[in-house]
Each structure stands twice: as structure tokens, then as C-alpha cells.
Design a protein around this ligand. Structure first.
Ligand SMILES: [Ca+2]
Ligand SMILES: [Ca+2]
Ligand SMILES: [Ca+2]
Length: 316
């Protein structure tokens, strides 16, 4: 873990498009459902919320990132998400006593209610086995920008700056590297690694509020909501205007931090030091979410089933 980019806490610079190590093709995984081994991995539960996305989690509720504020009065299940035509839902601004949404403790999670009813919604990941699991991540961040090169004579590419914001939704894959606690909230952390597949993805401004899904017993479940990335980056630790945002698969030799909080050199310890992204860990907060949406948790459901069984035997 390096630093969580504070700028991503602002509505003006949240995490945007999923960008890839393997390609700068802006049409890659753009507004098309994941297929093959990652088919059905949560894309169908996404909706456009202003320039961002949210995930349907109950008949009348969706979840996204708090730091986006209230980006729209509608939540749109677009044709490219649902495989049909656009369906527009309206946000219930009277929800939660007129607040219009629910925040989850000190996390970046925010739950909204709609006036209508979704036809389907995503199950939440409630286990504790995220680390090491493959994930599918989706969001509306930037295109891949210009190459970042190392300071050595070779000038080899070590990653890319954030490119043009096109607000197109893309999906990519990664793996949960570790869990992180920071600022009173829990996150899933994933790194941008070299040579692990053509869909290995990092995030940039605009991806905030997008979803991370992992598989649990053959079912893809919502495991995270995109929050932030490592950064800022610079070639020096001098206060100037040269710092930048980037998706880096090897940050050795660069400084990470900010002029305000100081800079830390990423040391060379003999292996690549990829940068990564943080998604708020749903499994830490599923109880708080269920208390808002009223969707029974798996544990509670299991208890009810056991209870019914006992009653049945007594009747016999
Ligand atoms: Ca990775
Ligand atoms: Ca500097
Ligand atoms: Ca500066």
C-alpha cells in the first residue's frame, strides 16, 4: 500500500475509466457485457448515475460512492447493461427523512432509493475470503493516456498517465491483493500487474462508484465499490507542479505522495512495485446495508430455514 489519493475524495476528481495494461484500444471492453469465464459478473446490475455508475442491491435500492455527492436524479439501466433498451428509474429524494440517501458509517458507501422497482439486483459478498480471488471491476474512468517512463537510460515504459475522460463504461479484471484499513474504513486493494492477462485493469478518475464483483460458490457477488487509487506520482520530492496521476505497473524510482503531505521514494527491492486501486469492502458493511434495504442476509435466511424444519418435525 502506498497512499490513497486525497483528490479522489472530491467530486471533481473521483476514480474514472477502467484502463488496461495490454491495450490502449478505447473500444476494449467498452459498453459490452463480460463474456466467457467472467460472463454474468455483475455488469447486468449496473446503472448510469450521472457521469458515474451504481449497482442495484435490492428491489428499490442501489449503492455507489459517497464522494460523488448526488450526481443525478435518475438511475438508468441502459441497454448495454441490461441487453435490451434503456430503463430510467427516479431517485426518491424524500428517502431517509428527506436526506435522499444513506451513508454507511465513516465509509465512502452511499445507498440511494428509487421510486420504482428493479427487476433484479446483485447479491452482496458476505464472506471473508476475498484475498486471492479473481475480480471483475467496472467503471467510467479515463482512457489510457501517455506513457510514463523510468528515469534510467533505457526510458522504458512503466505505466500510463490518465487520458481523456469519455465517461464510457468498461470492465476489466484483477485479483484481490490484500485488505486495507484506512481512515476508519475497510478496503480491498488490487495491484496493476504485468503479464497476467489482457484484461488486467487499473482505475482512474471517473471509475468511482463502480463495482467490484468476485465469485462465491459459483455466484458473482458485489464485493467492493471503487474508491481511490495510489498516487500522486512525481520524479522528484520538490514542491513544484510536476506531480501527476498514473496507472503504474512498476513505480520503483518514483516518489509517491503530495506537496502538502510529503513525498516517499519507492525503493527498488528487486521486484516490480505496481500501483493499485482501493474498493470499499462490502463484506465489512453488509449488515449495515441490509438494515437499510431490508433484504435478508444469507445467515438470517439459513436460520429461518432451520426453524421451519424444526416446526415441521414437531407437527409430525
Ligand atoms: Ca493484479
Ligand atoms: Ca514535485
Ligand atoms: Ca505541486
Amino acid at each position: 500500500m502506498k497512499l490513497i489519493l486525497p483528490a479522489l475524495m472530491l467530486a471533481v476528481a473521483p476514480v474514472e475509466a477502467v484502463l488496461f495494461h495490454a491495450t490502449d484500444d478505447i473500444t476494449h471492453n467498452r459498453e459490452v457485457a463480460p463474456g466467457g469465464s467472467v460472463a454474468g459478473s455483475g455488469w447486468q446490475f449496473q446503472g448510469e448515475f450521472g457521469n458515474f455508475t451504481g449497482t442495484m442491491i435490492a428491489p428499490q435500492f442501489f449503492i455507489t460512492a459517497k464522494h460523488l455527492g448526488v450526481p443525478s436524479s435518475t438511475f438508468v439501466s441502459t441497454g448495454y447493461f441490461n441487453g435490451g433498451s434503456d430503463v430510467v428509474y427516479t431517485v426518491d429524494t424524500t428517502a431517509n427523512g428527506g436526506t435522499g440517501y444513506w451513508n454507511i458509517g465513516s465509509t465512502d458507501l452511499r445507498v440511494f432509493k428509487i421510486n420504482e422497482t428493479f427487476s433484479s439486483y446483485a447479491p452482496l459478498y458476505t464472506g471473508s475470503g476475498e484475498v486471492g480471488e479473481e475480480l471483475v471491476v467496472m467503471g467510467r474512468g479515463t482512457q489510457r493516456g501517455t506513457a510514463v517512463t523510468e528515469m534510467e537510460m533505457s526510458g522504458a515504459t512503466i505505466g500510463w498517465k490518465w487520458g481523456t475522460s469519455d465517461h464510457a463504461t468498461r470492465w476489466g479484471t484483477n485479483e484481490v491483493h490484500s485488505t486495507v484499513s484506512a481512515g476508519g474504513a475497510n478496503y480491498l486493494y488490487s495491484t496493476f500487474d504485468l503479464g497476467v492477462g489482457g484484461d488486467e485493469a487499473h482505475l482512474s478518475t471517473g471509475d468511482s462508484g463502480g463495482a467490484v464483483f468476485i465469485q462465491d460458490g459459483g455466484v458473482w457477488k458485489l464485493a467492493g465499490i471503487n474508491y481511490a487509487v495510489d498516487g500522486l506520482w512525481d520524479y522528484n520530492d520538490v514542491v513544484d507542479t510536476n506531480e501527476f496521476n498514473a496507472a503504474l505497473f512498476d513505480s520503483r524510482g518514483l516518489y509517491v505522495g503530495s506537496d502538502g503531505d510529503g513525498w516517499t521514494l519507492v525503493e527498488d527491492e528487486g521486484a516490480p512495485e505496481p500501483s493499485g486501486f482501493y474498493a470499499t469492502r462490502i463484506s465489512s458493511y453488509h449488515g449495515d446495508i441490509a438494515a437499510i434495504t431490508g433484504v435478508p442476509e444469507p445467515g438470517i435466511f439459513a436460520c429461518l430455514v432451520v426453524g421451519l424444519g424444526v416446526i415441521g418435525r414437531r407437527r409430525r
